[in-house]
Design a protein around this ligand. Structure first.
Ligand SMILES: C[S@@+](CC[C@H](N)C(=O)[O-])C[C@H]1O[C@@H](n2cnc3c(N)ncnc32)[C@H](O)[C@@H]1O
Ligand SMILES: Nc1nc2[nH]cc(C(=O)O)c2c(=O)[nH]1
Ligand code: SF4
Ligand SMILES: [Mg+2]
Length: 230
């Protein structure tokens, strides 16, 4: 659906890493607060591309000023060709990150340099299939995988605590939720995101379960608001 960058990874385990983004179309979920609804609600346009074409676009748009590619979506796991894309990125000497919710497994996930599994808390309106998630965690035990949960309310935080207890060996990230993904008032958005971040920190510091969790904002929304392609 889009190739953009170089920018910085604004979320999770490699936050701050300079990276290109490849965003795939389509999602098996429909989270109420999804900040990338255009990938699945029919408002965006997507073109079917071969992995080699995406590599050429990465080179043309990135201009050689990058060494890391993040594949996000939508759910990148819905596309079989991604395995080949990952292989080609590695052949070019680039590291590869992936963002997925952990609902569809693909064998190429074992080859990913940093993989973020982001199961969805109750506020999203989605239900986690724990049989599937158990499979992901088992199969990524040797990989550089983390869990990241976006938090909007106390019920979400409880979900995150239960998840962290279920998979104690997996590095755990809590992320501020953006509740207004369409505003162009950056000053107002930044103020409300920082307020939500402070609230999330206050929950995490009180929790005996989150002693080794990392609490992070979405860095790119603090810098660029809801702008697309950054
Ligand atoms: C757009 S999703 C695409 C990848 C995959 N479908 C997933 O959800 O993990 C990328 C990341 O953005 C997060 N995200 C989506 N909407 C958000 C929002 N309104 N506020 C904060 N994070 C959000 C998701 O939880 C996920 O970690
Ligand atoms: N800078 C930046 N960082 C991101 N981290 C995850 C993103 C995503 O939409 O998956 C994203 C994004 O869209 N931009
Ligand atoms: S799983 Fe990810 S892309 Fe799909 S609807 Fe939820 S946040 Fe959006
Ligand atoms: Mg995003």
């Amino acid at each position: 659906m889009e190739v953009f960058g170089p920018t910085i990874q604004g979320e999770g385990m490699v936050m701050g890493q300079k990276t290109m983004f490849v965003r795939t179309a389509g999602c098996d979920y429909s989270c109420s607060w999804c900040d990338s609804k255009f990938t699945w609600d029919g408002t965006g346009t997507s073109v079917s591309k071969k992995p080699e074409q995406i590599i050429e676009e990465l080179k043309a748009i990135g201009g050689g000023a990058f060494s890391h590619v993040t594949i996000s979506g939508g759910n990148p796991a819905l596309h079989k060709g991604i395995g080949q894309l990952v292989e080609l990125c590695h052949e070019n000497g680039w590291k590869v990150g992936v963002e997925t919710q952990g609902s569809f497994w693909q064998d190429w996930m074992r080859e990913i340099d940093d993989i973020t599994l982001s199961p969805k808390p109750p506020s999203s309106g989605m239900q986690t299939d724990f049989t599937k998630l158990d499979f992901f965690i088992e199969n990524l035990a040797e990989a550089n995988a983390t869990l990241k949960v976006v938090i909007f309310d106390e019920e979400d935080f409880k979900y995150a605590e239960d998840l962290h207890l279920r998979y104690p060996a997996v590095p755990f990230f809590l992320q501020t939720g953006n509740s207004d993904t369409s505003t162009t008032d950056d000053a107002l958005l930044t103020a409300s995101l920082l307020e939500r971040y402070e609230w999330l920190i206050s929950l995490a510091v009180r929790s005996h379960i989150m002693n080794d969790a990392k609490v992070l904002p979405q860095l790119h929304t603090l810098v660029w608001g809801n702008k697309r392609g950054v």
